[in-house]
Design a protein around this ligand. Structure first.
Ligand code: HSE
Length: 445
C-alpha cells in the first residue's frame, strides 16, 4: 500500500445552517464575488443547502472601499477576521506569496476551508497547504488559479480521476496570447503589441510575470501536479517567455504554415533509460495553423488534455479578468459551503505517484532554427553534418538569398533538448554561420 491516510471526518453543520464567509482582498475578483453573493443569495442558498453569509472583507485601505461596502464588514485585520468563530470559509484574493501563505495556513489550521485564486502561492507551496488542509479535515480549492473561468482543475481532479493522463498542453496566459495573436494578424513588433495590450488593460503595469512566462509556469506546475499525481512546483518547470519573439519569427512561421503560441506543456514519457518520467515546460511554440490551439485568439485560453481512455479533450474560454476569475472562485465557494453543510471533503491532490521529473535536457521535441549563413558551396552540407553529428535529424530546410549570406530555416525531427543545445553551441562556433537568429520549439498533432 502507498501513503494512504485516514481521512478526517467532517460531519457537516446540517441543512439550513448558515455558512460564514470571509473575503481577503477586494480587487476586481473580490468585488465580483461579493456582488454575486449579494445578488444571487437565494440561488446560492438553495444550491448549497444553507445561506452564505459574508462576515467581513479584509482590505489594506478601508477608505478606498467605504462607499461600496458597509462599514461593519470592512477591516484591515485579516487575522482577526479569519479567527472569528462564525467564519467557516476563507476566500483569498489578495495575491502575492508570503502574506497570503501565512493567512491561508492560519485559516486551515483553525479548521476553515479555503478558496484561493493564487497560482503563484499554490505552485510554490501546494504541499504545505494541502498537508494543512488534510490535517484539519477541511477543503482547499483553487480552480481560479489556472485559466480563470475555464473549469479544468475540477475535471482533472474528479472527471478524469480514473483515467491515465498522458499530456496537458495549453495556452494559459491571456496577455501573451493577445500579444502573439496581434503580432500574427498585423505583422507588428512585440514592443508595439505589448504597448497595445497595456493600453487595452490586458497587460499589468509590470507585465514581467506574463511575458516572462512565469505566470504560465505556475499554472503548468498546478496542472502537472493534478494530471500526474506528483508534486510539481514552479521551480520544476522550464520557463521561457515571449520577449525575444520577433515579427520576423512570426512571419517565417506563417510562411511555413505555423503560428507561434506561448504553450504550457506537461507530459508523461519514457526516458532513454526506460524510466517513466514527467516534464513541464513553458515556451513559445510553433504549432500548425490548423491545430485546435492555433485558433485561440485574443486573450482567450485553451487547454488540451490527452488521456488514455478519454482521448483528446479541449477546454476553452476566458482565462483572465475579474468576472471570469470570480466565476471559478464562486464555484469553489459553493463546493466548500456544501461540504460545510452536508459534511465530507472535496478530493485533495493525490501525489502518490511521485514520478521523477525529467531534467530539461531529456525532453524531446522538434525545433525551428533560423540562421544567417555564408552563401557558398558546401555550407549546407557542413551544417547538415553538424546536426547529424549531434544526433539531430533534419526534416525540412528552407533557404532565402540575402546578398552574400543566406537565411537558412531548418525544422528538425524530434530530438532531445540536450542534443539540440549541443547543435546550437557548435553552430555559433562555425565560421560559415553568421548568426543564429532564433530557435523555437515546434509541436504538431
Ligand atoms: N495575467 C494572467 C493572464 C491572468 O494574462 O492570463 C491571471 O492569471
Amino acid at each position: 500500500m502507498s501513503d494512504l491516510k485516514q481521512p478526517q471526518f467532517n460531519p457537516g453543520k446540517g441543512i439550513g445552517t448558515p455558512v460564514g464567509v470571509a473575503i481577503l482582498g477586494r480587487g476586481t475578483v473580490g468585488a465580483e464575488v461579493m456582488r454575486f453573493m449579494q445578488e444571487y443569495s437565494f440561488d446560492l442558498e438553495n444550491r448549497i443547502g444553507g445561506p452564505l453569509e459574508l462576515r467581513g472583507v479584509a482590505v489594506s485601505n478601508v477608505e478606498k472601499h467605504a462607499s461600496e461596502v458597509p462599514a461593519e464588514l470592512l477591516t484591515t485585520d485579516a487575522r482577526a477576521l479569519i479567527a472569528r468563530d462564525d467564519v467557516d470559509i476563507v476566500v483569498e484574493v489578495i495575491g502575492g506569496i508570503d502574506y497570503p501563505r501565512e493567512l491561508i495556513l492560519e485559516a486551515l489550521k483553525a479548521g476553515k476551508s479555503v478558496v484561493t485564486a493564487n497560482k503563484a502561492l499554490v505552485a510554490a507551496h501546494s504541499d504545505e497547504l494541502a498537508a494543512a488542509a488534510d490535517a484539519a479535515g477541511v477543503d482547499l480549492y483553487f480552480e481560479a488559479a489556472v485559466a480563470a473561468a475555464i473549469p479544468v482543475l475540477g475535471p482533472l481532479r474528479r472527471s478524469l480521476a480514473g483515467d491515465r493522463i498522458e499530456s496537458v498542453m495549453g495556452i494559459v496566459n491571456g496577455t501573451t496570447n493577445f500579444i502573439l495573436d496581434a503580432m500574427d494578424s498585423t505583422g507588428a513588433s512585440y514592443d508595439d503589441m505589448l504597448a497595445e495590450a497595456t493600453r487595452l488593460g490586458y497587460a499589468e503595469a509590470d507585465p514581467t510575470a506574463d511575458v516572462g512566462g512565469h505566470d504560465a509556469a505556475s499554472k503548468a506546475a498546478i496542472l502537472a501536479t493534478l494530471a500526474f499525481h506528483t508534486r510539481v512546483t514552479a521551480n520544476d518547470v522550464y520557463c521561457e517567455g515571449i520577449t525575444h519573439v520577433t515579427a520576423k519569427d512570426i512571419a517565417a512561421a506563417k510562411e511555413a504554415g505555423y503560428t507561434i503560441k506561448l504553450l504550457a506543456i506537461c507530459e508523461r514519457f519514457t526516458s532513454d533509460d526506460g524510466t517513466e518520467k514527467i516534464s513541464a515546460r513553458v515556451h513559445p511554440t510553433l504549432i500548425p495553423r490548423d491545430h485546435p490551439l492555433a485558433s485561440v485568439s485574443k486573450s482567450f485560453n485553451a487547454i488540451f488534455v490527452e488521456a488514455e481512455a478519454a482521448g483528446r479533450l479541449m477546454f476553452y474560454g476566458n482565462g483572465a479578468g475579474g468576472a471570469p476569475t470570480a466565476s471559478a472562485v464562486l464555484g469553489d465557494l459553493v463546493g466548500a459551503a456544501r461540504n460545510k453543510v452536508h459534511g465530507g471533503r472535496a478530493p485533495g491532490d493525490s501525489t502518490y505517484a511521485n514520478l521523477p521529473i525529467a531534467a530539461f535536457g531529456e525532453v524531446h521535441t522538434r525545433y525551428h532554427v533560423d540562421m544567417e549563413v555564408a552563401d557558398r558551396i558546401g555550407v549546407l552540407a557542413e551544417i547538415a553534418d553538424l546536426f547529424a553529428s549531434c544526433g539531430v535529424s533534419l526534416r525540412t530546410v528552407r533557404q532565402e538569398d540575402n546578398g552574400d549570406t543566406a537565411r537558412l530555416i531548418i525544422v528538425t525531427h524530434s530530438a532531445a533538448e540536450s542534443d539540440l543545445a549541443a547543435v546550437i553551441i557548435k553552430l555559433k562556433n562555425m565560421a560559415a554561420v553568421k548568426s543564429v537568429n532564433s530557435v523555437i520549439r515546434l509541436e504538431s498533432e
